[in-house]
Design a binder for this molecule. Structure first.
Ligand SMILES: [Zn+2]
Length: 491
């Protein structure tokens, strides 16, 4: 004789069965989605590489790196001599470019070139790079002196080799090689080389203003950006070129507290410093909400089908896994910066003497805006979480997230194809560029703006940007010349 399960137990069993069935269905949907997610990579077309003298090109890059075109910490220390020397070196190295293209000096040391295209109706292309570099820092920490441009282990070492003289020289090599081969571009090409990108970008602003005055609207502008990441993006077995389609915004807020001062013997419960400290803690503990939105979402959706391992299931099923993914990304400060507006308390001031109550205390916070957040959103959020009328919040500086360039535009397709034609082994995806570049100054004169430094960048290379032992692999430099040559030949 069997005893029938009591009703509650039967319901429990049914419930478990239903849950199991739902989970199985969900798993099946995830697997099918993952397997069906099509690759979005474009097939490279046939492309005749430009004939380039590798040794001579590397000599030109070395000569440029040896010139110490430093953007100093204090603009008063600016030395124009290396810039003038670089202008002269470029004239000597690229005689055909200087005989064919028009060149004008803008904002004293920036250079803007114009190469008339064969089709007057086609919209121009702008390629930009900058001639200045950041100071080398502690010289002892360089394996090879930063301005010696030594060629060791298949790379050219020195400050500016990656950021951004590699790009500058590769563009000019490509133009010179095109002229030598008798190739005239279809579209008019502008080459805009700034001299103070690492300071204020005044050169780029002046060149953009001049283009605007002349009514130029380019189809496409390509500036420096992230390198072609290798081993940096989880799940990717091939290098991934992350093309910046927008830049993060920038906000500096000041928090300040005014409080009656007085002698330290009869203090209130919280001094101005104590009130400020509480406010800072609240701002750090309650950060802006995170989201997998905009360009970063597109990165995952585009790279997802190329990934291997569990991350591929996540990237191709964001509708389900977004909360899990966010939790993982927020666990690490580097990846957290890709999904939310960051918060860094960078300066604090207050107090004059150990036995005197401070009458004033203030702090500065640096936020980098994520896609979807505005300067006003950050202000509102900070005021709300501090929730204390004794703390005043004021805006010191604010730059919104730059305009978002399209990944559906023909220009993006052409850029992605050009990248894969120069390097068929890579995949291409859009991203939100977390740095800042000259590109944002050109929004009024270019329809689509993309940021990419087309050399391979692995984990060790990340620290070389503005760090020590900056160097460019020779094979990367050669591929860069072909990439820019491809871009300048777009129809
Ligand atoms: Zn740069």
């Amino acid at each position: 004789m069997t005893i029938a399960p009591s009703p509650p137990r039967r319901w429990l069993r049914r419930g478990l069965l239903a849950l199991f069935a739902a989970l199985a269905l969900l798993a099946a949907i995830v697997v099918v989605n993952t397997l069906r997610a099509p690759s979005r990579q474009l097939e490279p077309g046939a492309f005749e590489p430009l004939a380039v003298d590798d040794e001579q090109a590397l000599e030109h890059l070395a000569a440029a790196v040896r010139l110490q075109t430093i953007s100093p910490e204090d603009p008063a220390d600016f030395d124009p001599a290396p810039f003038t020397a670089l202008h002269a070196a470029l004239e000597r190295a690229y005689p055909k470019v200087h005989a064919t293209l028009t060149r004008e000096r803008v904002a004293d040391y920036s250079s803007m070139y114009r190469w008339q295209g064969s089709d007057p109706d086609a919209r121009p292309i702008i390629l930009t790079a900058h001639m200045d570099v950041v100071p080398p820092g502690d010289l002892e920490r360089w394996t090879h002196p930063p301005f010696s441009a030594q060629r060791v282990d298949g790379a050219l070492w020195g400050r500016g080799s990656m950021d951004d003289k590699g790009g500058l020289i590769a563009i000019l090599e490509a133009a010179e090689a095109m002229l030598a081969a008798g190739i005239t571009p279809t579209r008019t090409i502008y080459l805009c080389f700034g001299h103070d990108e690492e300071l204020t970008g005044a050169g780029a602003q002046a060149m953009a203003a001049r283009l605007a005055e002349r009514g130029v609207t380019a189809e496409l502008l390509v500036d420096e950006g992230m390198g072609i990441t290798d081993g940096l993006f989880p799940g990717m077995t091939q290098p991934l070129a992350l093309v910046g389609v927008a830049e993060k915004g920038y906000v500096i807020l000041e928090l300040s507290v005014e409080h009656p001062g007085g002698h330290g013997s009869a203090p209130p419960e919280h001094t101005a410093i104590g009130i400020l400290a509480q406010a800072i803690t609240r701002v750090e503990d309650q950060q802006m909400p995170a989201s997998v939105a905009g360009p970063f979402r597109e990165s995952l959706e585009t790279a997802g089908p190329e990934m291997r391992g569990p991350i591929r299931f996540i990237a191709t099923n964001l509708w389900l896994f977004e909360p899990v993914l966010l939790a993982v990304l927020l666990g690490d400060e580097t990846t957290a910066a890709t999904v939310r507006t960051t918060t860094a308390v960078t300066v604090i001031e207050g107090g004059v003497k150990a036995n005197v109550l401070p009458s004033h205390a203030s702090a500065k916070i640096n936020h980098r805006l994520n896609y979807g957040d505005t300067v006003q959103d950050v202000m509102d959020h900070v005021i709300e979480v501090i929730d204390d009328p004794r703390v005043s919040v004021s805006l010191v500086a604010g730059n919104e997230v730059s305009r978002l360039s399209s990944t559906d535009a023909p220009a993006f397709e052409q850029l992605a194809r050009s990248l894969r034609e120069a390097r068929p082994e890579i995949a291409v995806a859009p991203t939100l560029f977390v740095g800042a570049s000259d590109a944002r100054h050109y929004e009024a004169v270019a329809e689509q703006i993309y940021r990419i430094s087309p050399f391979i960048m692995d984990e060790a290379d990340v620290a070389r940007f503005h760090g020590f032992d900056e160097r460019l692999r020779e094979e990367d430099f050669m591929a860069m010349i072909q990439f820019y040559g491809r871009l300048m030949q777009l129809e």
